[in-house]
Write a protein that binds this ligand. Sequence first.
Ligand code: INI
Length: 154
Amino acid sequence: MKIYEGKLISEGKKYFLVVSRFNEFISTKLMEGAKDALLRHGAQEEQLEMAWVPGAFEIPYIAKKAAASGRFNAVICLGAIIRGNTPHFNFVASEAAKGVAQAALETGVPIIYGIVTTDTLEQAIERAGTKSGNKGFAAGLAAIEMVNLYGEIK
Ligand code: INI
């Protein structure tokens, strides 16, 4: 059986990061984590571009535009959706997840979902470089793997 696996080499590939400004304290840490993963696996700073969007709800719109431009091997979506006292959280979280998945399927470009969805601010902090690692770093690794895997399957 032939098995396909994406290598963790980001050299020569271009990445676009979409980062939400809402809960910017968390999303900046996720962005730094993703960048760290890309650079430490061989990417050069010049291969990276990023955009700030107001909130996670707006992420899919810009992720799709970046993916459809054909200039990037992968798009990485980063943000933090933290539960509040109203149902707003549910709408933002489900639209962000649905929109990112839809953008990836429609463009055929790997679009990585690095948006943390948590019940509390503490849980978000835990996922932004403390107790539970940095989900941005994990999203960066997933992007590298998907780009290489995508290139493997002819
Ligand atoms: N945006 C987030 O990125 N995280 C959140 O936790 C959040 N909550 O809970 O409200 C949030 N809301 C803003 C939303 O993404 C849009 O920017 C806004 O509704 C304008 O369209």
